[in-house]
Design a protein around this ligand. Structure first.
Ligand SMILES: C[S@@+](CC[C@H](N)C(=O)[O-])C[C@H]1O[C@@H](n2cnc3c(N)ncnc32)[C@H](O)[C@@H]1O
Ligand code: SF4
Ligand code: SF4
Length: 247
């Protein structure tokens, strides 16, 4: 069980596979963040990111200090475009860098920021806290071997995420529709995570993307019980049996 907080929907990249461009771009207010952290009864892992670049929040480091003082562990995934001050690294327990390929041309086409910048910032952090660094790639058909070799050479865990079949991600690409293999979602059955959208609205998972389309948990459960998949869950891997991550 962990808590994910979408502290911002602002981003400086335009990854073709991300729904970022379809959302209103805003930062979570300090008051909203404080309230969410205060509702956590015991220390937990806080993932500070949603559909946006977490390091762009002007109060990002103040947020980590506030959450750390309350005993929480902090994890982020960043696009690596911004430097992280090595003296602040003690505030983060896991630092994930998104890097799909080392090839500048492929990256340019994908809309991601420069991989050389990401690698530079990653290696600066790696030189101080090597065990906290993780790599995340999206597999959209590019050659993943050089990236795998880079991760292996530095002994960094690399998670490769399949391009999402879920419709809420697909503003700029489409995948073949898949049959539903179940109408039961493990995120609804067990409390696996608490997700907070940038406006503070709570959801049972991080896959709905757009708060204006997200339904309350009970309503989703009632619809799924009737084998009726609501639009916030269309083609979700939970229901189509698509594994989202592989290492
Ligand atoms: C939404 S981003 C937010 C953090 C930060 N902006 C970044 O890119 O690392 C979190 C992760 O979701 C991944 N992601 C975004 N859209 C995706 C999609 N359609 N399929 C699979 N992964 C996706 C990104 O590559 C990134 O690793
Ligand atoms: S995946 Fe991350 S870096 Fe890319 S557009 Fe989405 S939020 Fe920005
Ligand atoms: S989007 Fe997917 S994981 Fe989230 S509630 Fe719907 S089916 Fe479950």
């Amino acid at each position: 069980m962990y808590t994910q907080i979408e502290i911002t929907t602002v981003c400086n990249a335009k990854c073709f596979y991300c729904a970022h461009g379809t959302l209103a771009h805003k930062h979570m207010s300090w008051e909203c963040f404080e309230k969410i952290v205060q509702t956590e009864k015991s220390p937990t892992m806080l993932l500070l990111q949603g559909t946006g670049e977490p390091l762009l929040h002007p109060l990002f480091w103040e947020m980590t200090v506030y959450a750390k003082k309350r005993g929480h562990r902090i994890s982020i995934i960043t696009n690596g475009s911004l430097p992280i001050n090595p003296h602040s690294l003690f505030l983060l327990d896991e630092i994930g860098f998104s890097l799909d390929t080392l090839d500048e041309e492929t990256v340019k086409k994908s809309g991601r920021t420069s991989p050389s910048q990401t690698i530079k910032h990653l290696l600066t952090c790696y030189s101080v806290v090597p065990k906290k660094i993780k790599l995340y790639a999206v597999n959209y058909g590019q050659d993943l071997e050089p990236l795998k070799a880079f991760a292996k050479a530095h002994n960094i865990a690399l998670t490769i995420q399949n391009l999402q079949p879920k419709k809420s991600y697909q503003a700029h690409y489409t995948t073949q529709p898949l049959p539903y293999v179940t109408f039961q979602c493990s995120y609804l059955e067990k409390e696996k995570m608490r997700y907070y959208f940038v406006d503070g609205t709570q959801a049972p998972c991080c896959y709905m993307i757009d708060v204006s389309k997200a339904l309350p948990t009970k309503q989703i459960q009632a619809l799924l019980a009737q084998k009726n998949v609501p639009s916030c869950c269309t083609q979700c891997g939970e229901l189509t049996g698509v594994k989202r991550l592989y290492m």
